[in-house]
Design a protein around this ligand. Structure first.
Ligand code: 5GP
Length: 190
């Protein structure tokens, strides 16, 4: 299992798309959130869009591997998204923020964690504004959170700086490819 974390706007989603083109067997876990859908986002594809009450119900049932509140909304990884894949030996990628990545690191120490860092704070601001999905107040809030998140990059197994997309994708794919090979080798021996 691979956990890709890092600040909002750093390009985690784009990098993961590139990663899955290079390593098609990787599957992306669909998260649950209480954030309203953005234009074009589809329920069950981009996220499972839930009410607060639905989220609470799942939380009480122990349905989440990890969960966090981010910019006033809740996000969580459903146990079912992972288990049905890991049971079949299918490698899974999570794209989550830092608090959730920490929880996964504690509860699933075998997970490979990768922190994606921006080349600079300015680059991150430009990206968050440029993608046009968040109102100005939300961009500021996300940047404040990003500054805190950046301080924690060293906690994670690997750091990839998203300076040039192609090169960063290549570095990420190399790292994931190596981990998959090592796992295959362990499986062969056991
Ligand atoms: P957005 O609202 O931009 O889709 O996501 C906001 C942040 O929440 C991003 O950093 C994204 O990676 C993170 N996120 C998405 N799904 C999950 C999840 O299941 N758990 C956690 N902890 N964070 C998530």
């Amino acid at each position: 299992m691979f956990v890709i974390t890092g600040p909002s706007g750093v390009g985690k989603g784009t990098l993961i798309r590139g990663l899955r083109e290079r390593i098609p067997e990787l599957e992306l876990s669909t998260s649950a959130t209480t954030r309203p859908p953005r234009p074009g986002e589809r329920d069950g594809v981009d996220y499972y869009f839930l009410s607060d009450a639905q989220f609470d119900r799942l939380l009480a049932q122990g349905a989440f591997i990890e969960h966090a509140t981010y910019s006033g909304n809740r996000y969580g990884t459903l146990r079912s998204e992972l288990e049905r894949r890991l049971e079949r030996g299918v490698p899974v990628v999570l794209e989550i923020e830092v608090q959730g990545a920490r929880q996964v690191r504690e509860t699933m120490p075998d997970a490979q964690t990768v922190f994606i860092a921006p080349p600079s704070q300015e680059a991150l601001r430009a990206r968050l504004i440029g993608r046009g999905t968040d109102a100005a107040a939300q961009v500021d809030e996300r940047l404040r959170t990003a500054a805190r998140e950046l301080e924690s990059s060293a906690e994670f197994g690997h750091v990839v700086v998203n300076d040039r997309l192609e090169e960063a994708t290549e570095r990420l794919a190399e790292l994931v490819g190596r981990a998959l090979q090592a796992q295959a080798e362990r499986d062969r021996r056991s």
